[in-house]
Design a protein around this ligand. Sequence first.
Ligand SMILES: CC(C)[C@H](C(=O)O)[C@@H](O)C(=O)O
Ligand code: SF4
Length: 439
Amino acid sequence: MSGKTLAEKILSDKSGDDVRAGDYVEATVDTMLTHDITGPLSFQTFYEVAGEDASPQNPESILLAIDHHAPADGVQAANNHNILREFGEKHGVAQFEVGDGICHQLVVEEGFVKPGDLVIGADSHSTTFGGLGAFGTGVGSSDLGTAMATGELWFRVPETRRFEVTGELSPGVYAKDLILKFIGDVGFAGATYMAAEYTGSAIESLPIHERIVLSNMAIEMGGKAGLVEPDQRTVAFLEAQTGESVELDPNLYSDDDAEFASVERYIGEEIEPQVSKPSNPENAVSVSEVAGTSIDQLFVGTCTNGRYEDIKIVADILAGETLAQGTRMVVVPASRRVYQKALETGVFQTLIDAGAIIQSAGCGPCAGYHQGVLGDDDVCLATANRNFPGREGSMQSQVYLASPATVGASALYGEITDPRSVESKLNRHDDYILSEVQR
Ligand SMILES: CC(C)[C@H](C(=O)O)[C@@H](O)C(=O)O
Ligand code: SF4
């Protein structure tokens, strides 16, 4: 038998079987998350499967977040929030409030994931946790409800499509540019039901918050998961974040003789800053191809690039400057701790002085619900992950996707701008540990 990929190893471990791509498994789930949109239906399925008086198998493995319509933007959202609160209280489940942050960020910050775990979420960006060497994947609400009842879920073991980046990334080029490039190259469905795996020296040298960006957007090429092999940096990050010691299973890597669906090879130094044009993340081009495109709104946030390090990159560029005339910038931190940190360090003051709007932690206008919805003629440059028609508002509006550095540089001129033109202001931040920041 051939060796195993990281995905095959994790699903073998969680099912107790020696499995390969294509096999079906019943696997034990370590962490499950749901939120104010998918929670109510998950709970309904849970009660149908487990019975009206039942409790979840492992209440401590569940995380509920009020993040999508938070604060409530209407009566239905407010009622959904109450359904989450009630379920959380009744079953002793960790339930995060309005303003605490985006579910995916909370899983990472609150110690709900470690390398080798199997994490499911009733949200498509649950691939995020692959950045920490966990098999994270999005599932439907009914699957989530079933897993809450049984502690398990079935999976078809995915094939692995590998993205190998040697060398290192140049100044002004970040994980966001890498993932946009990958998606552009393989297409929107290029890794459908596969585990995307990111490897090579340029990936190994990335801080955890950037690895998470690669995993988070695996779903934008159809990926079932997006994995980075965990290492000592992963361990150090999690230990600092949680205050607990983390054991790294030395077997959590893809074997040399594992079978891959394909291996795409890149040289880090050759990657340029990328921008995905409307209205699909796969429309990625080098920034030079769209430089000069006029922008109305800049959006900094989301589970992809709403972390402290991302917001700081934007603030580094805007320090002492003001937004270009006629543009507006909406900043939505990914969590309350990110908010606090940006407040304490003056990052928010810098952005406010530049003319930005700071909003409470959550999804913000990412999926077009509130807090910065776009009108018909609006053009937005966002650090987000999706730019489908109507994603952030009107079906006629246009959304371009880019890194925080490209958004920051573009804010200075009101048009898409190569971040390398402000090279002296560009930084690559190591991971900030938010465990000591109050929530
Ligand atoms: C609302 C939710 C189900 C959805 C998802 O699963 O991705 C949202 O988070 C998104 O990004 O579009
Ligand atoms: S920030 Fe956007 S992509 Fe992430 S979970 Fe929220 S709506 Fe979905």
